[in-house]
Ligand binder design. Structure first.
Ligand code: 5GP
Length: 240
């Protein structure tokens, strides 16, 4: 595999072309941002942890019948992925209400509910990722109703699989954000971005301690240590 030129630079990630037309290299940076890029910091070692955690979770999904862009780890901060065409949506799954959802509905952080909630957001930084519904997404030409049904079903399946995996690691999956893309090789709609403590709320089941990006958002310190804790626990339960 030959690494080609940089084709995309995000806040927390770089994407490089390869000598294979349908494959790219994702490089996780040590940078972290929050609140739509208003808050930013550098944490040495965080990129490598996100890379490894995301690899474990995406590989687990691939092996359990949910197609993702992940192919293999290449190095400390890099992984080989299938190339996709971005679908500008965020599918956010909630098992408990926290963060912006709890604030929006005026309930306490961690409010328990028995159903699973799936939200849709239009992934546009300048608009601050507004909440939309299926009709908006179809009206904007982003996806068809049938494709959206597929994404909702997939998001729920991902949630079921990862909730169970995290539970084995003594971690509660409170909520998470998933992105999808159209695979360049087959055209299938697949999971196309990282899944990590940057994109999930993860609470220690025993203590309630936050082990995710909220440590940075809320200035709780020990960001890298918490991500390492998540990785070590996942390694134990997946045998990696
Ligand atoms: P909230 O709406 O409370 O900010 O986020 C809900 C869940 O989705 C959290 O797990 C959060 O980490 C994730 N999430 C929502 N929007 C984004 C985003 O733009 N970037 C990242 N990395 N995660 C997000």
């Amino acid at each position: 595999m030959i690494k080609g030129p940089l084709i995309f630079e995000g806040n927390e990630k770089q994407v490089f072309a390869t000598d294979h037309p349908d494959q790219v290299i994702f490089r996780y940076k040590d940078v972290t941002v929050a609140y739509n890029n208003v808050k930013r910091a550098r944490f040495k070692g965080k990129g490598a942890l996100d890379n490894q955690i995301s690899a474990i979770l995406l590989d687990y999904l691939n092996r359990n019948g949910v197609e993702t862009h992940f192919i293999q780890i290449l190095g400390e901060q890099e992984q080989l992925c299938r190339k996709i065409e971005i679908i500008p949506l965020q599918v956010v799954v909630h098992n408990r209400m926290a963060g912006s959802l709890a604030a929006r509905l005026g309930v306490a952080e961690g409010f328990r509910h028995s159903n699973t909630i799936v939200d849709l957001r239009y992934n546009v930084d300048e608009l601050e990722d507004p909440l939309i519904n299926r009709d908006h997404a179809v009206a904007l030409g982003i996806a068809s109703y049938q494709e959206l049904d597929g994404m909702y079903d997939n998001a729920r399946r991902v949630n079921t699989l990862l909730k169970e995996l995290f539970h084995k690691a003594g971690i509660e999956l409170v909520d998470m954000k998933i992105e999808f893309g159209r695979a360049a090789d087959t055209g299938a709609i697949i999971i196309s971005d990282e899944i990590s403590p940057d994109t999930c709320r993860l609470w220690d089941e025993a203590t309630g301690e936050r082990l995710d990006k909220d440590r940075f958002r809320l200035d709780l310190s020990r960001v890298v240590e918490s991500y390492r804790n998540v990785l070590n626990r996942l390694k134990k339960v997946t045998g990696e």
